[in-house]
Design a protein around this ligand. Structure first.
Ligand code: HEM
Length: 287
């Protein structure tokens, strides 16, 4: 490499660094507060082994509108229903594309799947097909018997396993540029009394609805990208849970008592319990 090329290379590296520093300064003036990011890795270390919980802890320090640098991506974390409503109501159209992981791109899912497509005529068309053909009230009414049959199959399966004396393992199922921290919102003590307690009766007299209008409870998301399977899930969940509760007596396996259960969770593609919840369906009430 001759002298001139080396000089030009050095000048371009130095000027790129200066421009980056200016951009960062400019950004930091306009972005919400957040922990100071390391070069290159940003705030990744702050997330630790429970990245679904850490933003909640950080939001207690930096507030309900916070900036995290995850890798090179500037992520705004919203941890209160009021702020979520304000930001998403006014700017829903801007934030209605998802960040697409490479694994999804490898199989071209981002070009065809309703889940990954950006708002576009193709995506709108798929949403319309879902709303009018797949999950319409008429269609769901007409397929009620099929769902009941499937729940029967589930009950038969549980009955068979418990006759064999087998223990049934249940695990629970369950984030980029704008990250609505549903974890924090669902555990906000100013909204929910004893938020960590399992108290399904809290919803009985509750005005807060789950269908995307009340930002205090958005298990199906909200706005343009709200879950299109909501009507089916709404019908099936009741049927499934009620059938399992009604048909069996349930008890914890291995002499475990509720007080000694480890309710800690382990982060993964889905959130699992550290200790899987082993339960036995012991006596069949109805055949
Ligand atoms: C209890 C059950 C379910 C829960 C809690 C749930 C929750 C969600 C959530 C939180 C989203 C993202 C919403 C957003 O980005 O704002 C979503 C999207 C989606 N869900 Fe569900 N869902 C459930 C059941 C279903 C079922 C039964 C189906 C279909 C059979 C389904 C199909 C979809 C699809 C296709 C999307 C992507 C929609 C889009 O990006 O336009 N979901 N769901």
């Amino acid at each position: 490499m001759d002298y001139l090329t080396t000089l030009l290379l050095l000048i371009s590296i130095v000027s790129a660094s200066i421009i980056r520093i200016f951009i960062r300064r400019f950004e930091s003036v306009r972005l919400p507060p957040g922990p100071r990011p390391f070069p290159i890795i940003g705030n990744i270390l702050e997330l630790g082994i429970n990245p679904h919980k850490s933003p909640t802890k950080l939001s207690k320090i930096y507030g309900p509108l916070m900036t995290l640098k995850l890798d090179s991506i500037t992520t705004i974390v919203i941890s209160s229903p009021q702020v979520a409503k304000q930001v998403l109501h006014k700017n829903g159209h801007v934030f209605s594309s998802r960040t697409i992981p490479h694994s999804v791109q490898a199989l071209d899912h981002h070009r065809f799947s309703i889940v990954w497509l950006p708002p576009s005529p193709k995506w709108r068309n798929l949403r319309r097909v879902c709303a009018t053909k797949v999950f319409s009230p008429q269609l769901l009414d007409s397929t009620q018997i099929l769902r009941q049959q499937k729940v029967h199959d589930l009950l038969d399966f549980v009955k068979e396993r418990c006759k064999k004396g087998e223990v049934i393992g249940f695990c629970e199922r369950k984030m980029q540029k704008i990250l609505v921290n549903v974890w924090a919102i669902g555990r906000d003590p100013t909204i929910w009394e004893n938020p960590e307690m399992f108290m399904p009766e809290r919803f009985l007299e509750c005005e807060i609805d789950f269908k995307g209008h009340d930002f205090e409870l958005i298990p199906f998301g909200t706005g343009k990208r709200i879950c299109p399977g909501l009507p089916l899930a709404h019908r099936s969940m009741h049927l499934m849970v009620a059938s399992l509760v009604h048909n069996f007596e349930w008890k914890l396996a291995d002499g475990l008592v509720p007080e000694n259960m480890n309710m800690e969770e382990q982060y993964g593609i889905s959130i699992k319990r550290v200790q899987s919840l082993l339960v036995e369906a012991i006596s069949i009430k109805h055949d």
